[in-house]
Design a protein around this ligand. Structure first.
Ligand SMILES: O=C[C@H](O)COP(=O)(O)O
Length: 303
């Protein structure tokens, strides 16, 4: 049994890798979600968040944060200040670091230069691949990923084509993510589903599946630029997909809720959800991040 299980995992993984078969996809994603069951689970997570609220958990939340600025007026000095904050978010405790610093492609080189000159390390996330609308030629999405990695990004957050998703063209969604994954080389790929624009939970599940099939290292809820960003409801569906993927392939895909998460209580509800659906093993920055521009302020106020 001990040898059969890894063999089965690698067989399933190799069957899926880089391939998209419409029939197999449709069969795997043909599932409904019970809204009442999700609502009950969410109120449980919100309750548990209150129990989790203590200094140790808040310190952990800080380490999950991809500390983000994604504004048109971002400058070198602004992103360097953000990187300093991500490296040492709690001035009295140099052992704590944020998950990464997350900026637009044109600002990656500024962060990289600062880290090189000061001999410091920090993961650098670049949003790329037509962020945030996804309404660009694939060639330009791929080039943007390549350039962003060349400038020093260690992680790339791309966004799926909502047009293809809403037209139920899941093969195109998959193929675009796959092309970006190849363009990222060894940089980690986080794929944003922009769930607020996907209309149904079934679409959220399908988008999760297409993204994981294409090799995403993480799936992420939102860009922060949609009118509806991260919710516990879509987190429930995405983590259910991550769990199913793990059961089938043995591969752990990370989860990143992002957009509109501003308070410790909100963040801890996501922690409770991940713990319940995926287990403690997902609760570390390798597999769980929170994309946020202002959550760190509330964490520091609560310490
Ligand atoms: O990926 C991260 C999000 O863009 C941050 O969104 P936020 O500014 O609402 O925290």
């Amino acid at each position: 049994m001990a040898t059969i299980v890894p063999t089965l995992f690698s067989f399933v993984r190799d069957t899926y890798k880089g391939r998209f078969d419409v029939d197999t996809f449709e069969k795997e994603v043909a599932r409904d979600f019970d809204n009442q069951e999700i609502a009950q689970a969410i109120s449980k997570y919100e309750q548990e968040a209150k129990n989790l609220r203590n200094k140790d958990e808040i310190r952990k939340v800080i380490q999950y944060i991809d500390l983000t600025t994604l504004n048109g007026d971002d400058t070198a000095s602004k992103v360097v200040a953000l990187a300093k904050r991500a490296i040492n978010p709690i001035p009295t405790d140099p052992s704590i670091h944020c998950g990464s610093v997350c900026v637009y492609p044109q600002r990656i080189a500024d962060v990289k230069k600062f880290l090189t000159e000061t001999k410091q390390t920090c993961r650098i996330t670049g949003v790329a691949g037509g962020f945030p609308s996804g309404q660009y030629h694939l060639k330009s999405k791929v080039l943007e990923c390549e350039l962003t990695v060349a400038d020093g990004a260690t992680e790339i957050d791309i966004v799926i084509s909502r047009a293809s998703a809403l037209e139920e063209d899941w093969k195109t969604v998959h193929d675009e993510v796959l092309a970006c994954k190849k363009a990222c080389g060894s940089a980690h790929l986080k794929t944003i589903l922009a769930t607020g624009e996907l209309k149904t939970l079934s679409n959220v599940y399908k988008a999760s599946w297409a993204s994981m099939l294409a090799g995403s290292d993480f799936i992420k809820t939102s860009t922060g630029k949609e009118s509806v960003n991260a919710t516990l409801e879509v987190a429930y569906v995405m983590c259910t997909a991550v769990k199913r993927w793990y059961e089938l392939t043995g591969q752990k895909v990370g989860f990143k809720p992002a957009g509109g998460i501003r308070t410790v209580d909100e963040a801890l509800a996501y922690v409770a959800l991940v713990k319940d659906i995926l287990g403690e093993q997902w609760l570390n920055p390798t597999l769980f991040r929170i994309g946020a521009s202002s959550l760190l302020d509330d964490c520091l106020n609560a310490l």
